[in-house]
Design a protein around this ligand. Structure first.
Ligand code: TUI
Length: 314
């Protein structure tokens, strides 16, 4: 399992934890890094001082490499980029935009830069400006999504690039990881599965929603605003759909969605908050320590290959 991606990032297993806003704090990131994978702090809309504190907390909880995920739609994106440079964060992932302008500063301090992409075009543009790898994220994933599925996007991004491709979206166990490698990925990014972990600080209602969710429990809202987001269907999404049908403006819709991830993830309001989890939630049926989640995935990989070799004997 220790492949080129592991060498690049200094980790034991080619598994990254999704840098989820309001959910992926130091506790989760450090636990994932201590389990031999790459833990990632979700900067979300954090102000710089809050992110710096989260980074210091992570450095107190693990000596292993970890990352910070910068959400490029954050109003603090310039300041938090400055913080990750000053704190010499070893790995920086980015989401919901094009990190092109920040790459020189990050490369300057030797950070590995790994943007999430939802299209081949963006993946090629970012390879040209020197990113170290890309996370090709399918629309199965929770939160802000593109329009292409993981199964379709990953092999096309793999064929278009010569740098490592990490698959994300709908991966929650060893089968998804083996499938991603079959598609040409060198690693996987896992979000929803890690939300249902002991160390994740999301509200118990949020975690409970992951356990109760099935494969059809999520919907994509906000297609008309240009910021499509996959969330669990609830009272908020029904209100949102009503507004969208009645021709509300993108600004009005964005205003309805603003701040709702926090009230779900931190305050536990899973009816009127945004529960941003992916379609793989239907596979997740228990809350486990991060170490157990990682070990289960890694230990199941040989069994997946046995099943592949021996038909459905095993
Ligand atoms: O072509 C370009 O210039 C940029 O195009 C892109 C289009 C999409 C993406 C993309 C898709 N998925 C990701 C990584 N995942 C995410 O970023 N997931 C997120 N979940 C909640 C977030 S906060 C938010 C953001 C928008 C609206 C409401 N809330 S961000 N990035 C990245 C780049």
């Amino acid at each position: 399992l220790n492949n080129e991606l592991c060498q690049l990032l200094g980790i034991d297993y080619p598994i990254l934890q999704g840098g989820m806003a309001w959910v992926a704090t130091a506790e989760l990131a450090a636990a994932v890094s201590n389990a031999g994978s790459l833990g990632v702090i979700g900067a979300g809309h954090m102000p710089p001082a809050v992110l710096r504190e989260e980074i210091h907390k992570t450095k107190r909880l693990t000596n292993k490499p970890f990352g910070v995920n910068i959400m490029l739609m954050s109003p603090f994106v310039k300041e938090v980029m400055q913080v990750v440079v000053e704190e010499r964060v070893p790995v920086v992932t980015t989401g919901a935009g094009n990190p092109g302008e920040y790459i020189p500063a990050l490369k300057e301090i030797g950070s590995k830069v790994i943007p999430v992409v939802a299209s081949v075009a963006l993946a090629k543009r970012l390879e040209r400006v020197g990113v170290d790898a890309v996370i090709a994220e399918g629309m199965e994933s929770g939160g802000h999504v593109g329009e292409v599925t993981t199964m379709s996007l990953v092999p096309q991004v793999v064929d278009a690039l010569s740098i490592p491709v990490i698959a994300a979206g709908g991966i929650g166990d060893a089968r998804g990881m083996v499938a991603a490698f079959a598609l040409g990925a060198k690693g996987v990014q896992i979000g929803t599965r890690f939300v249902a972990s002991v160390e994740c600080i999301a509200h118990p209602n949020y975690k409970e929603t992951v356990l109760r969710a099935k494969e059809r429990s999520t919907v994509i809202t906000g297609l008309s605003t240009g910021h499509p987001v996959r969330v669990i269907a609830n009272k908020l999404t029904r209100e949102f759909a009503e507004l969208e049908r009645s021709g509300a403006s993108p600004e009005e819709l964005d205003r309805l969605g603003a701040g709702k991830l926090k009230i779900a993830a931190r305050d536990g309001d899973v009816e009127y908050g945004s529960v941003m989890i992916g379609q793989v939630a239907g596979l997740v049926d228990s809350i486990k320590p991060v170490k157990e989640i990682v070990e289960e995935i890694v230990n199941d990989i040989p069994k997946v290959f046995e099943r592949l070799r021996g038909g459905n004997k095993a």
